[in-house]
Design a protein around this ligand. Structure first.
Ligand SMILES: [Mg+2]
Length: 378
């Protein structure tokens, strides 16, 4: 199944609802879509994304350098393809390079699924046919009131979700506690709360604040500290009862291994697009399993759904409000979580079918980025 031709499209569009967390106010999501055309007429579709910055750089990396390397290779040889791309781009480090590689790798796996006529979740192990999902909101804007949050939680419950993730990390910690109190009152014993700090806390203040969160019986605290401070995360895990989740800011299996060895994480959240695609993500999931940890991948709902149904140590699917391909209006065949449960489509490959007209209307235009980008990092 030789790869004959590669096509790359870049998109830039705002989330379907405004996003603001403790450390960033998001302007746009940027997606790169890669099509691998193989002999015999099969086409595999891959994708990756970034938040606000780097889409044009990744498009160039894919079009000018990586695409040519995979033409002529057999799409079934996913290890050989991944290693070729990784070795060739190693001087670029982790991040934009692994994110670009992911788009090719995901397209390769889509081709493999189509070649064998099997859905991805079954190729990856077929551990289950559905997975519980949690709703994940990105709404910490100063204008967001406790009553607004409570009303949204009522809506999530009505739609069948039983686990809700909210952003915390206001400058006034009392406001965080007030918001959590309101959510706890709404959920009662019907569901669980997860909180995400997006690396807001300083290590010196984190232990005392996290200890106060124990009384809410949270499902986890996510990314309390700077992503690279393994010691701070390990210390927090030892000090509080609430489990710890992280991994969306890690870009390779060895970074995850460092956290596992330090006993500094409970739930591994590696993002399939940030770590270089399905080939590397699977290794991370299996690594976590060896340490007795479950995985709950970051974002990318429609693809994470396939991954979680493939592997044994799956925890939950993240459904970010305003962030799925389905909610962004990019799919010809929507894939939605229903009654808090995600079920992957049975189509061969990953089953994610883009709406070509929608992609065209969201095309990234570099001149518009240059004219309008101001950044939302706090
Ligand atoms: Mg997060």
């Amino acid at each position: 199944m030789k790869i004959e031709h590669v096509a790359v499209t870049a998109l830039r569009l705002p989330p379907a609802s405004p996003w603001e967390d403790a450390t960033n106010k998001v302007q746009s999501l940027e997606f790169l879509i890669v099509e691998l055309h193989a002999e015999g007429g099969l086409c595999g579709t891959g994708f990756t994304y970034t938040v606000d910055v780097g889409g044009t750089a990744m498009k160039s990396l894919l079009e000018d350098y990586l695409a040519g390397l995979v033409v002529g290779m057999d799409a079934r040889d996913y290890e050989r393809i991944w290693n070729r791309l990784q070795r060739q781009s190693r001087r670029l480090g982790l991040g934009a390079a692994t994110m670009a590689i992911a788009a090719v790798d995901i397209a390769v796996w889509d081709l493999i699924g189509k070649h064998y006529g099997q859905p991805l979740w079954r190729l990856l192990g077929g551990a289950r046919e559905e997975i519980p999902s949690y709703v994940s909101e990105v709404n910490l804007a100063a204008a967001d009131r406790v009553e607004d949050l409570a009303a949204r939680v009522d809506d999530y419950l009505a739609r069948g979700y039983r686990t809700v993730k909210i952003k915390i990390g206001r400058d006034d910690f009392e406001e965080d506690l007030e918001r959590l109190g309101a959510v706890k009152k709404r959920l009662g014993r019907r569901g669980a709360i997860l909180v995400d700090l997006n690396q807001k806390w300083e290590a010196s203040e984190g232990l005392a604040k996290a200890a106060e969160l124990d009384r809410f019986d949270l499902g986890w605290i996510e990314e309390p500290f700077l992503w690279s401070d393994i010691a701070a995360h390990a210390a927090l895990r030892r000090a509080v009862r609430t489990p710890l989740a992280l991994g969306e800011s890690l870009y390779a299996r060895h970074q995850v291994l460092d956290y596992l060895r330090a006993d500094a994480v409970d739930f591994v959240q590696a993002d399939v697009c940030f770590v270089g695609g399905i080939t590397e993500w699977l290794k991370i999931a299996h690594l976590a399993q060896a340490f007795g940890k479950r995985v709950a991948p970051h974002f990318m709902m429609e693809l994470s759904l396939q991954l979680l149904c493939g592997i044994q140590n799956a925890f939950m699917l993240e459904d970010v409000v305003g962030g799925s391909f389905t909610e962004l209006g990019l799919l010809a065949e929507p894939i939605a979580v229903k009654d808090g449960i995600g079920r992957p489509p049975s189509r061969p490959g990953h089953g994610i079918v883009f709406d070509k007209a929608a992609l065209k209307s969201r095309e990234l235009k570099p001149e518009q980025v240059r004219a309008g980008f101001s950044g939302g990092s706090k």
